[in-house]
Design a protein around this ligand. Structure first.
Ligand SMILES: [Ca+2]
Length: 220
């Protein structure tokens, strides 16, 4: 028997098992370390979230106290502080005319418009000696248009003639075609602008659905 055969004999299976065990221990140790770190990190995260929540709650309480103080102050001061509440209101200034033109000029502008439209049967009613003219941009952004257009459409009860009547009541001229009722105004540059009262849209020509034959113009 030679020297090499004198040592302890270890079978290859045992070596494999030992190696696997060592690997498992290493993997477990590594996993444990990582998990412990993650848990620590999560705890820190939760703590920091709770701290932030507490600080936000303190700020909200402070804000509520201040709002209550302002409300009490406004109630006590009444009319004096109206300017403050007015700041939050939309500008509802009434649309004002930019000037007037005399009835003859107004009549000839409408006659020219009818000629341009190829319409010679429409009647023209100009009730005043002076006819009001408006700034086109001011009309386009007037709250009166938005107000009328926002009314709910109800067949016959509140349809085209009612929309047009509403806007006529506010400032605009009224016109009826053979199939529709809408509005118009004279602009500062002596042009006729149509207003579709159901949408607030301005135009210088009528669309097919509005009717191209005008029955009458009634100015304001
Ligand atoms: Ca109606």
């Amino acid at each position: 028997m030679n020297e090499a055969n004198k040592g302890i004999k270890v079978s290859p299976t045992a070596i494999s098992i030992i190696v696997l065990l060592v690997i498992q221990i290493i993997v477990f140790a590594f996993g444990y370390g990582t998990t412990t770190q993650q848990v620590k990190f999560n705890r820190e995260l939760i703590q920091s979230y709770q701290n932030n929540q507490n600080s936000i709650m303190v700020k909200l309480d402070d804000l509520n106290t201040r709002i209550t103080r302002i409300e009490t102050m406004l109630q006590n001061r009444g009319g004096e502080m109206c300017w403050l509440t007015d700041l939050f209101k939309k500008d509802l200034t009434e649309l004002k005319p930019a000037g007037v033109i005399d009835v003859h000029t107004a009549s000839s502008i409408l006659l020219d418009k009818l000629e341009e439209m190829g319409d010679d049967k429409a009647e023209i009613y100009l009730p005043d000696i002076d006819v009001k003219i408006y700034n086109k941009n001011e009309v386009a952004s007037a709250h009166e248009l938005e107000e009328v257009a926002s009314i709910k459409y109800v067949v016959d009860e509140f349809d085209c003639d009612d929309y047009a009547a509403e806007l006529y009541g506010k400032f605009a001229g009224l016109l009826w075609t053979m199939k529709h009722a809408l509005n118009f105004f004279y602009s500062e540059d002596n042009e006729i602008w149509f207003i579709e009262p159901q949408t607030g849209k301005l135009s210088q020509t009528l669309e097919d659905w509005q009717g191209l034959d005008v029955r009458f113009f009634l100015a304001r």
